[in-house]
Design a protein around this ligand. Sequence first.
Ligand SMILES: [Zn+2]
Length: 452
Amino acid sequence: MVKHVLRASLVSSLSVAFMAGCTVTKSVNNAQQVAPTNTPKNIIMVVADGMGPAYTTAYRNYVDNAATPEIESVVFDDILLGNASTYPAKVSGYVTDSAAAATALAAGVKSYNGAIGVDVDKKPVNSVMHYAKTKGMRTGLAVTSQIVHATPASYIAHNESRKNYNEIADDFFDIRVNGEPVADVMLGGGTVYFKREDRSLLSQFVNEGYEYVDSYEGLSSIPAGSDVIGLFAPVALPAVLDDNRKDRLAYLTKHAIKHLENDKGYFLLVEASQIDWAGHANDVGSAMAEMHDLAQTMEYLREYVDTHPDTLVVLTADHSTGGLAIGAGGDYRWSPEYLHNMSASARTIAATMVDEDMPGEYAAKQLGLSLTSEELAMLDSVSNQDEETRYAAVKTFLDIKTNTGWTTTGHTGVDVEVFAFGAGATSFSGQIDNTDIAKTIFTLLDSSALNK
Ligand SMILES: [Zn+2]
């Protein structure tokens, strides 16, 4: 039942996006004419920030059709190839942050936690995106964080610290490959870093021929093949539960592809940035909603590769976040159905309940739950606390309802899954290291160029 609801919403959201001007058409004939090859023309790297193995299992349970005895497989099950280790350079121990992991995934180099596209000696290391651009391919990124956040930053910038957002933004314009900025298409959040008092990078991009857009609707009207900087929020995009597009990552990905497709091929980085943030917050409602945003994106990419078998898609995580546990406190129960009808994120519910005459009733309605009078009284009782206390109370409430556990508000050092499909996908199977992913992409970019 739930699965059908989720699937139906996926279909309708994809239809909307197709009507909004996406150029992808599904054609059996097209698929038969283009022979599969082991050397990809196009490479799409998808990073699910914070998505340890517990997240993919939890997501399968979350969309399970409870009316059937089996637990149905999800898109991740169909494309799984292996595992990657994630540890950073020795100086940072066994547990990586997103910057060191992104530098490993982007450039194939282990570095220290906090490093953006630099090695342990703080020397710049070039990414597969730089390399693709030197090969004459088009390049882009589509993310749900600010575009200068650690993962996208490591594909473009070089900085000793992930926190230097303004310097990283400068690199997005100043670092040149073949005389052009590293990325032709940039979609995500982060206006404040590109429209500053000391420098308007946005004007510089526009003067250089980039289309600038600040709304999802505006994005759909830009002609295919444009250079685009699309910044849809001052910093990060809203949590998907609070966004007016429930398929925001699939939508951005489709539009990035529309502007990148060309005869010489393209490299696209996609990041589901906020799975990690839900993990840090120990917010299971947002964790599953952000996973669904990613799953819709992967469903779309599978359809895309069906008609474009010369395209490689690789998906992995940079690390796991929160120590998410499916079941907690010695109780062998997990009840994700309590997360199915949330109409806003726990953070937003906690922020807005304070203005309500009946905060408990209001929170219950937003959570999509019918609650006992004791539960309503508990939510009423937190409504006069400060916002962080209210947020913690709503999250704890969801944890108790679902019986979800967490061990940390940071990252854990567990291996992550590696998924791939399309041309050259088998190169990513087995137990590998996160640096192997970049190394293999460098090799594929070389053999791809030889074929042109
Ligand atoms: Zn993180």
